[in-house]
Every structure is written in structure tokens, then in C-alpha cells.
Design a protein around this ligand. Structure first.
Ligand code: NPW
Ligand code: K
Length: 512
């Protein structure tokens, strides 16, 4: 599903109005009625006090329309207009008149107004700012946000939590509304998925307000949210007369004394993702543990007992995953640098491979085209330098990706895979994955997909999805705390099978 920025949403809006021959106020009515229906279905006439805080742009207009419908259906509503701007939008003004016609008189809040006491049993609707916030918010308006946050009431935000900017600047902790639930129009927004801004919302849901489907389908977007519908077309079924050679041969290079487990997990991840053969190249100390723990794996060893010193193998792998558990000592750096100079095979680089690259940036020019790099935030920072906020981080990652022709998988709660100007935001995964080794497994899964012939970007995006989905399935049995990286491997098969379970059936299964 596409993630649109502000400009693209306004364009979708304009296109829809022209194509459907409707006015902006008609679209606002349609949007706000959806919110009313959502609330009415759940509240069923309940007399809980509802405060609706409206700005004076169209987000505020949505709030006014909602207020009118709630009042007309007998709800207890107080409307507060946060009068932050002399200029009020046309649709806001039309709906202010309509509200007055319905005999509802909003309280107008200005710089010196007293904000009503907000009881924690109340419902607060946050319709102060939407996607149109452009400049720093006035201190007294920030005070309104703080009062809302302090109330501990249920906060339903419309479109986005007020105070968040769509594409720059991250507010301080209390300088935007914290939503308990967010109802957003038509398309997800990038801010829902970034660690800096995602903190301001708990749960979100999209409401279809009828924006033009042709536009939504064909307009380009800088980001895409990756769910089952997006990865399913990537899936390659296996055919009958194939053999292990058809599905490629992965080589995992890494490990050092005490860190052989990382190689084991990456190698297992590759095989469980479906590669035909997997070989590990490790220091000598890795031979026995790997062979005894995982008989399907073939093992080659370095001449050195405890660390990699000379990467030498006598076959041509389809793809190489390098870096896990490898260490960053002088020997490893030398071996890795020499390997990069001579290598022509597609690469996935993780962990210490990334740390070595960060310290020796001249090595980036030795990477084959479309190398996949899988940094966690600290590794990314070592490669890019510090960033101001998540928006800046993405801009820098895109520049980096273009400069070095590499695919950067920024690992996190919503892993974002960046290639050139485009970012793919993953929707699967859970906090249980914050555990040692889950990154090694991801390296394995992506190499496993590459070995089977998936295009590089597809392998990265699909691999991230499968890895998260396997963990989502695993936590049904073990919960967040007890999930370990090998559980992710063990559930990769179920993640594949789940691709073919439709949403309704999978919900029924979960409820059973
Ligand atoms: N297609 C859709 O998805 C639909 C979207 N809809 C809704 O419209 C919302 C977008 O509406 P919007 O463009 O009027 O922006 P919104 O955030 O309400 O207001 C910002 C206003 O404040 C101003 N302003 C900016 N910064 C400021 C500041 N710091 N301090 C003070 N003022 C500031 C700025 O005006 P300016 O002064 O810049 O002229 C602007 O007028 C969207 O989120 C959704 O809820 C639906 O109605 C229908 C279909
Ligand atoms: K809002």
C-alpha cells in the first residue's frame, strides 16, 4: 500500500474532487461521517462526555462535522476551537455555521483562555492539526496538547496526532498529542512507522473516504507499506522437476571464537528460507559445533583456529552472506578487504562486515552492484554519521544508497528497506525480536531468497516480511519475552504457508 506525503495527498484530493464532481465540503462531510460511524458503532448512544478540540483548518473542519452528527444523535459533546490562526479554511467556516444552525456553540480558546478540566473518563477527539502543520506551534497551543496528554483520557485523533509534522522536525515529548487511537484517511502516513514519531500513537486504522482509485493506483510514492498483498506477487512456487541445484548455493562467511552461533543462525535461516545448499566458512573452531548442530550444513574452515584470516573457497556460490560474528580485528579487516577486492558474487553484508566498512569507507567502491546491507541503527550511524531525526536519517540513507548502489535494510520496529529514492516499510514483526541473533537470521533469510533467484530488492523486502511474520507466528506460542532467534527460524515455514491464508481465516484461527 502506498504511503503518500502531504503533497501527494493534496493532489489525490484535488484529482478526486474534479473527477467525482464534488466539492471539498462534500469530501469533508464524507470523511467525518466515517469517523462518526466508527464512534457511533462503538458507543451506541453512551453518555460519556466527549470533548472535540478543533483547529481552524480542515482537520478542525472534520471535527466540526463530527460534532454536528454526534449532537444530532444525542451524544454529550463540548466543542473547543483552538483559535491558532486568523485565517480559517473555507470548509471550516461552512461547518462552523452548520454547527451553529444545529444550536451548538463552541468555546473559542485563545492565548489567555482557560482550558476546560478534562476528566480521565472522557473521550477527547483531537482535530487540531492534520497534515497541514507547517511551522512551529505557538506555546499556548502546546499547552493545550499538554493538557490533553495529562488528562489520561481516551484520545481519538483525526488523520494524524496534532503537532506532528509530516516530513520534517520531530516535536519534543509533550509537544504533540498522544493518540490512544488514530483514524486516518485513506492512506497510511510515514510518521506512523518512524521511531521518533510512532511514539505519539498507539493504534491506527484507515478509513476509506473514496479518494480516486485510479489516482491511488498510478501515482508514484516515495514509500510503500509492505504487507501480504505486496509480497505475494514475489512468491515463486517450486516446480516438479527441480533439484537442489535449482535453488542456489549460499555461502555464509563469518564467526570467531565464541561467536560461531551467529553463523549457525544465518546458515539455518538461509536453508529454511529455501536455498538448495548452504556452506559456512568459519575459523577452525567452528567446524565441530556447526557439523554437530546442523547436519544439513557444509563447512569450510580458515587456516586459523579462532578468527578469519584468509577467505578461500573452491566453488562458486550463488550468493554470499558475510560479516556475522566475524569480529573487527586486524586479521578480519585484512581478510575482508582482500575478499572484497576479488569478489564478483552478489553480497549480503551484516554486523562486523558493516562495522569494517564504516571504518574503511574506501572499501565501499569494491562492493558489487546492489549489495544488500542490513544495519541496525548503531551500525547505520557508523556508516552515515549522526542524523538530526528520522526524516534526516532517511534522506541520508537514500543518498548513501544512490552513491554506492546498495540496498540498505534499516532494521527496527518497522524495518525500512531503502533503494535509491524509494523506501519499503515493513508491517510485520514484534518487540519479541529485540533479542540476540534475530539479525543473523535475517541475513540468512535474505541470502536464502537471493540464492533461489529472487531479484535483489524483492529478496530484501520479502525476506524482511517473512522474518517478521515468522516471529509474529512464533509469539503465539512463546510470547514476547521468551522468543529467541532460533524460534524465528523454526517458524519460517509457517510464515510461507501463511502467505496463502486469507485475512478472515487467519483472524478466525487466532480467535480459536
Ligand atoms: N484528502 C484527504 O485526506 C482529506 C483530508 N481532510 C482533512 O484535512 C486536513 C488537512 O487540512 P489543512 O490542509 O487545512 O491542514 P490542517 O492541518 O487542518 O490545518 C493547518 C492550518 O493551520 C495553518 N498552520 C499551519 N501550521 C501552523 C502553525 N504552526 N500555527 C498556526 N497555524 C498553522 C495552515 O494555514 P496557513 O496559515 O499556513 O495558511 C492551515 O490552514 C487533513 O489532515 C484531514 O484532517 C478531510 O477534510 C477531507 C479529505
Ligand atoms: K489531528
Amino acid at each position: 500500500m502506498k504511503i503518500f506525503n502531504t503533497k501527494e495527498i493534496y493532489e489525490a484530493d484535488k484529482f478526486t474532487l474534479e473527477r467525482q464532481q464534488i466539492s471539498a465540503e462534500d469530501l469533508m462531510e464524507k470523511a467525518a461521517v466515517q469517523i462518526f460511524n466508527w464512534m457511533h458503532t462503538r458507543l451506541n448512544g453512551d453518555q460519556t462526555q466527549i470533548y472535540i478540540f478543533c483547529g481552524v483548518g480542515n482537520n478542525g473542519g472534520d471535527g466540526l462535522v463530527l460534532a454536528r452528527h454526534l449532537v444530532q444523535h444525542g451524544y454529550r459533546v463540548t466543542v473547543c476551537v483552538v483559535n491558532f490562526n486568523e485565517h480559517r479554511s473555507k470548509e471550516f467556516l461552512i461547518n462552523l455555521d452548520r454547527l451553529k444552525e444545529a444550536k451548538v456553540w463552541p468555546k473559542f480558546l485563545g492565548e489567555s483562555s482557560i482550558i476546560p478540566q478534562l476528566e480521565k473518563e472522557a473521550i477527547i477527539v483531537d482535530a487540531i492539526f492534520g497534515i497541514g502543520l507547517k511551522r512551529a506551534v505557538a506555546p499556548w497551543v502546546l499547552e493545550v496538547f499538554r493538557e490533553i496528554n495529562k488528562s489520561n483520557a481516551f484520545v481519538l485523533s483525526i488523520d494524524i496526532p496534532s503537532g506532528l509534522f509530516m516530513d520534517h522536525k520531530v516535536p519534543n515529548n509533550d509537544e504533540a498529542v498522544k493518540s490512544s487511537y488514530l483514524l486516518s484517511f485513506q492512506v497510511p502516513k510515514l510518521i506512523f512507522f518512524l521511531p521518533d514519531t510512532g511514539l505519539f500513537l498507539d493504534q491506527w486504522e484507515l478509513l476509506d473516504i473514496g479518494l480516486d482509485t485510479d489516482f491511488l493506483m498510478h501515482a508514484p510514492s516515495d514509500y510503500e507499506l509492505i504487507g501480504k498483498a505486496e509480497v505475494l506477487p514475489f512468491y515463486r512456487p517450486r516446480t516438479k522437476y527441480t533439484h537442489k541445484g535449482t535453488y542456489g548455493h549460499v555461502l555464509i562467511i563469518g564467526g570467531s571464537y565464541g561467536k560461531i552461533g551467529a553463523v549457525l543462525m544465518a546458515a539455518k535461516g538461509s536453508l529454511y528460507a529455501g536455498s538448495g545448499l548452504v556452506t559456512a566458512f568459519v575459523p577452525k573452531c567452528g567446524l565441530v559445533p556447526l557439523q554437530s548442530a546442523f547436519p544439513e550444513l557444509m563447512v569450510l574452515t580458515d587456516i586459523n583456529e579462532t578468527e578469519i584470516t584468509n577467505i578461500d573457497f573452491n566453488f562458486t556460490p550463488t550468493v554470499i552472506g558475510i560479516g556475522v560474528g566475524m569480529g573487527t580485528g586486524t586479521n578480519a579487516v585484512k581478510a575482508f578487504s582482500l575478499f572484497l577486492k576479488n569478489n564478483k558474487t552478489p553480497l549480503v553484508i551484516d554486523a562486523d562486515g558493516l562495522n569494517i566498512l564504516a571504518k574503511n569507507p574506501d572499501l565501499f567502491s569494491d562492493l558489487p552492484p546492489q549489495t544488500v546491507l542490513t544495519p541496525h541503527p548503531k551500525e547505520l550511524e557508523r556508516m552515515l554519521g549522526k542524523w538530526k531525526n528520522d526524516f534526516d536519517k532517511l534522506i541520508k540513507t537514500k543518498e548513501f544508497s544512490k552513491k554506492h548502489d546498495c540496498i540498505v535494510v534499516i532494521k527496527g520496529a518497522h524495518t525500512i528497506t531503502v533503494y535509491g529514492d524509494k523506501g519499503y516499510v515493513n508491517s510485520t514483526g514484534n518487540p519479541g525480536m529485540a533479542t540476540g541473533g534475530s539479525g543473523d537470521v535475517l541475513t540468512g533469510v535474505i541470502t536464502g531468497l537471493l540464492a533461489q533467484g529472487y531479484a535483489t530488492l524483492e529478496a530484501a523486502v520479502f525476506g524482511v516480511y517473512l522474518h517478521g511474520r515468522a516471529a509474529d507466528i512464533a509469539i503465539r506460542e512463546c510470547g514476547f519475552q521468551a522468543l529467541v532467534a532460533t524460534d524465528i527460524i523454526a517458524h519460517l515455514g509457517k510464515a510461507y504457508l501463511d502467505l496463502f491464508v486469507d485475512q478472515v481465516n487467519s483472524l478466525q484461527d487466532e480467535q480459536a
